[in-house]
Design a protein around this ligand. Sequence first.
Ligand code: SDX
Length: 427
Amino acid sequence: MGDQAKLSAAGGDYEFPVLKGSVGPDVVDIRKMYGQTGMFTFDPGFTSTASCESALTYIDGDEGVLLHRGYPIGQLAENSSFMEVSYLLLNGELPSQDELTKFEFTISRHTMLHEQLLQFYRGFRRDAHPMAVMCGVVGALSAFYHDSTDISDPQHRKISSHRLIAKMPTIAAAAYKYAIGQPFLYPDNSLSYTGNFLRMTFGVPAEPFELHPAVEKAMDRIFILHADHEQNASTSTVRLAGSSGANPFACIAAGIACLWGPAHGGANEAALNMLKEIGTPDKIPHYIERAKDKNDPFRLMGFGHRVYKNYDPRATVMQSTVREVFDALKVDDPLFETALRLEEIALNDPYFVEKKLFPNVDFYSGIILSAIGFPTTMFTVLFALARTVGWVAQWNEMISDPGQKIGRPRQLYTGPTQREYIPVDKR
Ligand code: SDX
C-alpha cells in the first residue's frame, strides 16, 4: 500500500491514495472522494489541481525548468528545430535523420488549403483581428476533412494531427496577407517549415523572396519556445473540448479562442503595446507604481506566471535572440532598452520580488517579431501556430488514454435554495 492522504471531515475519517510521477509534486487521488464523503474539492483556477496524467512536458516553476519529453528547453532551442521538437512531442523520442526526413516530407504534403477554404477569408473585414480569422478558418477545417474526423481511428487522428500542424502556417500567412490586401502565396515545399511560412507571409508574386537565414533560425527557435507548456489554459481547453469527442479541428479552434486572451497568449501583443505606451525608460517608475496599485487594472504584461515563480527559461532564450535578430537585420529598437530597464527595475522592486513576478515568454517576443516585420496583431497568431503541435500532442495523449472520460467539474452552489413560482400578477 503506497502513501495515503488522510482527511477528517463530514463526520468521518478518510484515506486517499498518494500517486507519484517520475518527477514533480505527488498528487492525492480524490477520484472517489465525492462518493465516499459527499464533498467536492474547491479549486477555482485549478491552482492546486492536476487534471490529467501526461508524459509530454514537465515544468518546475520554482527552479525555472521546462522539459519536453525530458529534454531541457534551452538545449532544444540551441540544437534542435521546430520540426524535430514536433516529432519529439508527438512520438516521445528524438527522431533519427531518416525519421525526421520522412516526418518533414509528410508534413509538407499537407501545407496547402482547400481552394474553397481560401474563400472564407473574403467574408471577413480587412481590419478583422487575425485571431478572429484563425478561430473561424481553423474551426471550418472540420467541414473539409470528413475523411479524418473519426477520433477512434488512430490513422484518422494521425492524419488530422499532421494536417493541423502543416496548415497552420498557411492559414496564418493568409490571415496576414488578407489584412494587408496582398495576394495569398501558395506553399513552396522546397523550403523548411519555417522558411515556407516566412515566404508565404512576406513574399509577393512579383519578385523572388530572399529568406534571411538568421531570421529563419530565430523564427524557428521562437516556434520551439511556444510549442507546448503542460496544462495551460488553452491546452486545458483543447483537452476539455476533446473529452466530449469533438473533432480535432474544432478542439484546436477552441484552444485558439482561449489563447487569444491577454492573460494568456494575447500577452505578447499586450506586452509590446505596453512598452510602446511606456515609451522611454524615464516613464518606467510611473508604470511600476500603476502595476502595484490594486485599484489600477494595469499590469506589467509579459510579467508573472501561474507556474513560474522564477525566471521563465523561455524568456532567457528570447532575450538573447533579440540581439541576434537586431544584429542580423542591422536594426535597433529603443523599446528593447526600455524592456531591459523595466525588467531590471521590476526585479529589484520588493512588490515583484515578494510575489515572484518575473518576465515570461511574452515579454521579449514582441520586440523580435516586430523587428522581423510582424504587426502586433499577428503575435498571438504566431503563438497559436507554434502551440498547435502541443495542443495536438496533448489531445492525442488524452484520446488514447483508456481511462479518458468527459471532463465535467462540479461547483460550490451559492444561489437561492428551492422556492415556489409566483405568478406575475402576485409579485
Ligand atoms: C502565458 O500557463 C501557462 O503555461 C501559460 C503560458 C504558456 O506557454 O501556455 O506560459 C503562456 O500565458 C504566459 C503569461 C502571459 N500573461 C501575462 O504576461 C499577463 C500578465 N500576467 C498576469 O496576468 C498574471 O501573472 C498571470 C495571469 C500570468 C498569472 O496569474 P495568476 O497565477 O492567477 O496569479 P495572480 O493573478 O493571482 O497574481 C498573483 C499576484 C496578484 O497580487 P495579489 O492579489 O496576490 O495581491 O501577483 C500580482 C497579482 O495582482 N500580479 C501582477 C502581475 N501578475 C500578477 N502584478 C503586476 N503585474 C503583473 N504582470
